[in-house]
Write a protein that binds this ligand. Structure first.
Ligand code: UDX
Length: 508
C-alpha cells in the first residue's frame, strides 16, 4: 500500500504534479523537495514560484483540509527519501553545455546526484519513477547506480513515466491526461511496480488511458512525441514561407490540409517559431541519439526540424526590416509578449529573444511589454551588448511600450492583445468546445480570471499614438488584417503575402 510519495525537484513538473497527486489522493502524503530554499519558501507562501492557471486554487484547497493537509514543500531531501514508497524524479535535464554532446545531449548531472542520494539514504524498498525527459536507456543506468550505491538490502524498481503536460495548461493536463505511459522492466517485480504506480493514476484517470510498456519505449515515446509536435509546427512554418512568396494564405492551407481527419488541424498554427523548455532540447536530444547510433540520415532528418525553426525566426526579423524600407536604425519598435507562449512566465528558448536581439542589432530602440515576465528576466535573456543595452527598454503596460512606436510586433499570443473580434470569436469557440464548462473546470481557474481582469489592449489608442506609417507585425497570426487596415495601419502577418514586403528583391 502506497502511503508516501516524494517528488524530487519543485519546478514546473514536480510542484504541480505533487499538488495534483495530493489533491486527488487525500490519503497519500506527498512531499515535494528541492535543495533551492527560496523556491521552497515561495511554494510555502501565497506567491507561488510559477504562474499556472488553477494551481494556486488546488493548493489552497489542499491546505484548507483541516488537520489533513497532505502536501508538504520542504528542503529536507534525505528525510523525504527515507519516508517515501515512491520517489518521482522531477529534476531538470538541460541540454549539455560542455564536452562530448555539447549543445545536443541532455545533462544528467542533477538526476545522477539525486539517484546517489536515494541509494545512500534508502533503508526500505523504493519505486523510483523518471518523470523528467531523459536519454533512452537512463532507467537501466539509474537501476545500476541504485543497486551499486545502496548500503542496505532494499530493492529498487525504476519506472519510466514521462510527463506530457504543457505549460499554461499544466493543471488541466495533469487532471485530464491524454494518456499515462508506464515503462517497466520485463520482470514480475517490474510489472508489480508498474501496477502500483498505475493504481495511483487510476484514482482520477480511466484505466484504458494507462499504457504499460518497456522502459526504452516509454523514454523514446517522450522524445518522439515532442519531436513529432515540433516537426508539425516546423512543417507548417516552412509552408508559411512559400505562402508569403507566392501570394497564398497559410490559414487556407491549414484548413485545406487540416480538414483531412488523418492530418487534423491541431499544432498547425504558423508563427515566429516554437520555444519552451521541451521542444528545443528534446528534438536536439533525438538528433544526438540518432547520431550516436550511427543513423546519420535519421539525425539529419530531425535536425532539419531544428534548422527550420531557426530559419523561421531569422526570416521574421528580415521581413520586418524588408517591410520598413530596409532600415530600422533609430526607429522605435514595441514588442508585445516575451514568454515563449501565452499563460506562462517561462521564457526558455522564447522566439522573442532572437527577435529582440535581431532588431537591436539593426539599431532600433526596442520597447518590450509582457504581462508576466520581469524586466530582469528579459535583460538576462537578451543579454544585450553595452551599446545595445540602453536601446532595450521594458515597460509595465502595452500603452507605454507602444507610445511613439514606428512598429508594434506581437510576439506572444496573450489574450489581452486580441482585437475585439478575435476575442469574441475565441469566446464563441470556447463556448462550443466547453472550455471553462463543468467538465474541465473542476478547479477554479484563478489564473484565467487574473488574465481576463487585466486591461485589454486598446488598439485604437495605440495606433493613434504611433508614428506614421504605422506597422503591425503579427508574429502569432492572432490579429485581424482587416481591423488594422480600417485603422490605416500596415498589417503584416506570417504566411500571407504583404504589399509592404519587398519579395522581388529580398534581403540576403
Ligand atoms: C510541449 C508539449 O506540448 C508537451 O506535451 C510536453 O510535455 C512539453 O512540451 P509546451 O512546451 O508547454 O509543451 O508548449 P506547447 O503548447 O506545446 O507549445 C510549444 C511551442 O510551440 C510554443 O512556442 C508555441 O507557441 C508553439 N506552437 C504551438 C506553435 O508555434 N504553433 C502551434 O500550433 C502550437
Amino acid at each position: 500500500m502506497i502511503q508516501n510519495i516524494t517528488c524530487i525537484g519543485a519546478g514546473f513538473v514536480g510542484g504541480p504534479l505533487g499538488a495534483v497527486i495530493a489533491y486527488r489522493c487525500p490519503n497519500i502524503s506527498v512531499t515535494v523537495v528541492d535543495k533551492n530554499a527560496s523556491r521552497i519558501d515561495s511554494w510555502n507562501s501565497d506567491a507561488l514560484p510559477m504562474y499556472e492557471p488553477g494551481l494556486s486554487d488546488i493548493i489552497a484547497e489542499i491546505r484548507q483540509r483541516k488537520n489533513m493537509c497532505n502536501l508538504v514543500f520542504s528542503c529536507e531531501i534525505e528525510k523525504a527519501i527515507h519516508e517515501a514508497d515512491i520517489i518521482m524524479l522531477c529534476i531538470d535535464t538541460p541540454t549539455k553545455k560542455f564536452g562530448i554532446g555539447s549543445g545536443m545531449a541532455l545533462d544528467l548531472g542533477h538526476i545522477q546526484a539525486a539517484v546517489r542520494t536515494i541509494a545512500d539514504v534508502a533503508t526500505t524498498d523504493k519505486i523510483v519513477v523518471e518523470k523528467s525527459t531523459v536519454p533512452c536507456g537512463t532507467a537501466s543506468r539509474i537501476q545500476d547506480l541504485l543497486v551499486s550505491g545502496s548500503k542496505g538490502n532494499c530493492k529498487f524498481e525504476v519506472l519510466s513515466n514521462p510527463e506530457f503536460l504543457s505549460e499554461g495548461t499544466t493543471v488541466t493536463d495533469l487532471l485530464h491526461p491524454s494518456r499515462v505511459l508506464i515503462g517497466c522492466q520485463r520482470t514480475e517485480t517490474g510489472r508489480q511496480a508498474a501496477e502500483k504506480l498505475a493504481e495511483i493514476y487510476k484514482r482520477w484517470t480511466s484505466p484504458e488511458l494507462i499504457i504499460t510498456m518497456d522502459q526504452w519505449s516509454a523514454e523514446l515515446s517522450k522524445l518522439a512525441s515532442n519531436a513529432l509536435l515540433a516537426q508539425r509546427i516546423s512543417s507548417i512554418n516552412s509552408l508559411s514561407a512559400i505562402c508569403e512568396a507566392v501570394d497564398a494564405n497559410i490559414d487556407s492551407v491549414v484548413e485545406g490540409c487540416g480538414s483531412d481527419p488523418r492530418i487534423g488541424n491541431k499544432m498547425l498554427h504558423s508563427g515566429i517559431g516554437w520555444g519552451g523548455s521541451c521542444f528545443p532540447k528534446d528534438v536536439a536530444a533525438l538528433v544526438y541519439l540518432a547520431r550516436s547510433l550511427g543513423l546519420n540520415t535519421v539525425a539529419n532528418y530531425w535536425n532539419a526540424v531544428l534548422e527550420m525553426n531557426e530559419d523561421q525566426q531569422t526570416r521574421f526579423v528580415k521581413r520586418i526590416l524588408g517591410c520598413m524600407q530596409r532600415c530600422i536604425n533609430g526607429k522605435n519598435i514595441a514588442v508585445l509578449g516575451f514568454s515563449f507562449k501565452k499563460d506562462t512566465s517561462d521564457t526558455k528558448h522564447s522566439p522573442s529573444i532572437k527577435l529582440v536581439r535581431g532588431l537591436l542589432v539593426e539599431g532600433a530602440t526596442i520597447c518590450v511589454y509582457d504581462p508576466m515576465v520581469s524586466e530582469s528576466q528579459i535583460r538576462t535573456d537578451v543579454s544585450p551588448s553595452k551599446d545595445d543595452s540602453t536601446r532595450l527598454r521594458v515597460f509595465s503596460t502595452a500603452d507605454e511600450a507602444c507610445a511613439n512606436a514606428d512598429a508594434v510586433v506581437v510576439a506572444t499570443e496573450w489574450d489581452e492583445f486580441k482585437t475585439p473580434e478575435a476575442l469574441l470569436a475565441s469566446h464563441q469557440v470556447n463556448l462550443i468546445n466547453g472550455v471553462n464548462g463543468s467538465e474541465t473546470n473542476d478547479v477554479g481557474m484563478n489564473g484565467a480570471h487574473e488574465i481576463s481582469a487585466r486591461k485589454k489592449v486598446d488598439w485604437h489608442s495605440i495606433v493613434d499614438n504611433m508614428k506614421q506609417p504605422a506597422f503591425i507585425f503579427d508574429g502569432r497570426n492572432m490579429l485581424s488584417s482587416q481591423y488594422f487596415e480600417n485603422l490605416s495601419c500596415r498589417y503584416v502577418g506570417i504566411g500571407y503575402s504583404s504589399r509592404w514586403d519587398d519579395v522581388h528583391y529580398p534581403l540576403l
